[in-house]
Design a protein around this ligand. Structure first.
Ligand SMILES: [Fe+2]
Ligand SMILES: [Fe+2]
Length: 275
C-alpha cells in the first residue's frame, strides 16, 4: 500500500469522504510494509522508526504542517453534533468560539515544521490520522450508548461500556464519573467526541441547557471539570469522562486490524491500548 491508500482506508472506515483539516500525509511513501503507529510520534520516534527499519510512521495527533495549522476547522464538528442533539445553531456556534480562538492562536505560535523536517531529512514516510480515527471511536461509543436504556444509572452505563469495549478493561485508567452521583439515571445521553478536542465547559453547558442529562467526553481539563461540577451537579446533570488513551485506542484498533488484514506489519506504541 502507499500512504494515500492508507489514508483512504481510514476515511472509508470512518465513513468520511474527504481528509479532515487535522490529518495529513506529511511525507508520502510507496510499497509500505512495516508501520510504526502511536498517539504521538515526534522527531525522536521518527529516528527510532528509521533505525528499526519501518517504512512509515503514523501519528494519531497532529505533528505539524497544515494538520496543526488548520486544526481549529475540525472543532466545528462540535456545532454539527450539538445541533443534531437539539442545541440551537447560534448557541452551538457561540459555545465553541473560545476554543476556536485558542486553537488558532496556539497553532500560529507553534513550530509547525519541526517533526516534518526530521522526516524529510531521514527520508521517512510520515503521516497523521486524527479525526477519521476519532470518528471510528465515536461510533463505537455511540453504538454502546445507543443500547443503554435512559433509566440505567451512571454506574451501570460505565459497566456496559467496560463490558462492551475491551480497551476500557485493558487501560490503566478507569472511566470517571466527573459530575453527578453514580446512582443518577443517565437520561438523555450524548457522546461528544471526534471534533478535534473536547468541548470543555461551554459545550457541555450547551448540551445540559438543551435537554441532555449526560455528556460523555474522552477528556476534560481540571478547570472545566470543576466549573461543570459546581454549576450542574446540583441540577442532576452528569459528565462521564472515558479516558484519553483508552478512548483514542477505540478508534485506532479497528484501523490497525484492517492494516493487518492487508498483510502489513504494524507495531503500536505511544499509548495504544490493545482491544
Ligand atoms: Fe483522538
Ligand atoms: Fe487524543
Amino acid at each position: 500500500m502507499n500512504t494515500e491508500e492508507i489514508m483512504a482506508l481510514a476515511l472509508r472506515l470512518a465513513g468520511l469522504s474527504e481528509v479532515p483539516a487535522d490529518s495529513q500525509i506529511y511525507y508520502p511513501g510507496e510499497r509500505i510494509k512495516k508501520i510504526l503507529i502511536g498517539l504521538d510520534l515526534g522527531s525522536a520516534e521518527l529516528q527510532l522508526a528509521k533505525s528499526l527499519g519501518f517504512d512509515l510512521a503514523i501519528a494519531h495527533h497532529p505533528q505539524g504542517g497544515r494538520a496543526s495549522l488548520n486544526f481549529a476547522e475540525v472543532l466545528k464538528n462540535h456545532i454539527r453534533q450539538m445541533v443534531q442533539a437539539g442545541v440551537p445553531r447560534e448557541i452551538a456556534e457561540a459555545a465553541i468560539q473560545e476554543r476556536l480562538f485558542e486553537a488558532r492562536v496556539s497553532a500560529h505560535m507553534s513550530n509547525y515544521d519541526h517533526a516534518l523536517s526530521i522526516a524529510r531529512l531521514l527520508g521517512l514516510p510520515f503521516m497523521n490520522i486524527h479525526t477519521p480515527l476519532d470518528e471510528i471511536g465515536r461510533q463505537r461509543l455511540a453504538e454502546v450508548v445507543g443500547r443503554a436504556h435512559p433509566e440505567l444509572s451512571l454506574l451501570e452505563l460505565v459497566g456496559l461500556l467496560k463490558e462492551s469495549l475491551p480497551e476500557f478493561r485493558h487501560a490503566q485508567t478507569e472511566i470517571d464519573i466527573r459530575v453527578g452521583q453514580p446512582q443518577n439515571m443517565i437520561g438523555r445521553t450524548v457522546v461528544s467526541h471526534g471534533a478535534g478536542t473536547n468541548g470543555g465547559y461551554p459545550v457541555a453547558k450547551a448540551y445540559f441547557e438543551h435537554g441532555v442529562d449526560t455528556v460523555i467526553y474522552i477528556h476534560c481539563s481540571p478547570g472545566d471539570s470543576k466549573r461543570l461540577r459546581e454549576e450542574f451537579q446540583e441540577k442532576g446533570k452528569n459528565l462521564i469522562v472515558t479516558g484519553h488513551i483508552a478512548s483514542d485506542s477505540l478508534g485506532i484498533n479497528p484501523f490497525i486490524a484492517e492494516l493487518l488484514r492487508r498483510g502489513l506489519e504494524v507495531v503500536p506504541i505511544s499509548g495504544i491500548v490493545p482491544g
